[in-house]
Design a protein around this ligand. Structure first.
Ligand SMILES: Nc1ncnc2c1ncn2[C@@H]1O[C@H](COP(=O)(O)OP(=O)(O)OP(=O)(O)O)[C@@H](O)[C@H]1O
Ligand SMILES: [Mg+2]
Length: 227
């Protein structure tokens, strides 16, 4: 089976504070999946990232430093998850290249990482890691799927069960403001990487562990398949 990169939104792992019950249950699911395939996990920042970015904005700290603060928070989240996973490596790689090297050197261990460089979201990091390891990508977020507009703002938003990478790029180009902690489901850089390397991508509601498992194992799920 192909390797699988799983991006877990900070918004579900630590929405304000770490969700211990969620971390316990996703850990046992990841351990289970890890017996069947090579796994890389990328963790996002969540609300705590937003708290630091807001403070930095008020202090007129530049966007590069705002991103750097959010990245530090992703790495704290990644370390917490890694420590909860018996099979995870306890070194949190800082680059996609290092993550690939660890996945290859220790295919039976789970590699967990956060963000890498300012200007790159963790969605982009996950797409790059999937590209660099020939993996498929499962993006676990706080909504059920990709919609034609933000489902939290528009009641009439239409869900995509499947969509092309070209369509994803078009949507991302419209909504990606590139601000630190922006809230488009998959940002433009991530969408372009998915498009150029034709990465099989699944967007699912990460709160529903059965959805993550189905996407990772290639079964039908209720999210969006981007192909
Ligand atoms: N077209 C769209 N389809 C789906 N969600 C959208 C869309 N446009 C904007 N969103 C917003 O994107 C949000 C998901 O992105 P968000 O950055 O909040 O979570 P995440 O990426 O999973 O977490 P994190 O950034 O902390 O890792 C949704 O809650 C939704 O409000
Ligand atoms: Mg996000």
């Amino acid at each position: 089976m192909k390797p699988c990169v799983i991006k877990i939104g900070g918004s579900i792992l630590a929405d304000g504070k770490p969700d211990v019950d969620y971390i316990k249950s996703i850990s046992s699911m990841l351990e289970d999946l890890n017996k069947r395939m090579v796994i890389g996990v990328v963790v996002g920042a969540g609300k705590v990232g937003g708290v630091y970015v807001d403070a930095a904005r008020k202090l007129k700290i530049n966007q590069y430093q705002q991103d750097s603060l959010a990245i530090d928070v992703t790495r704290v989240n990644a370390r917490l998850l890694a420590n909860a996973l018996p099979s995870a490596l306890h070194s949190i790689p800082r680059t996609v290249g290092d993550a690939r090297a660890l996945m290859e050197a220790s295919p039976k261990r789970i590699v967990v990482m956060g963000g890498t460089f300012p200007g790159h979201t963790t969605n982009a990091v996950a797409a790059l890691l999937a590209e660099n390891t020939g993996a498929k990508l499962v993006n676990c977020t706080n909504v059920d799927a990709v919609y034609d507009k933000d489902p939290n703002k528009f009641k009439n938003a239409r869900k995509f069960s499947k969509m092309s990478a070209d369509k994803l790029v078009e949507l991302a180009a419209k909504y990606d403001t590139r601000e630190a902690r922006g809230h488009f489901i998959i940002d433009l850089l991530a969408a372009k990487i998915i498009q150029r390397s034709k990465i099989e991508t699944h967007v699912v509601n990460g709160r529903k562990l059965s959805e993550i498992k189905k996407a990772a194992l290639g079964k039908k799920h209720n999210g969006t398949v981007i192909k």
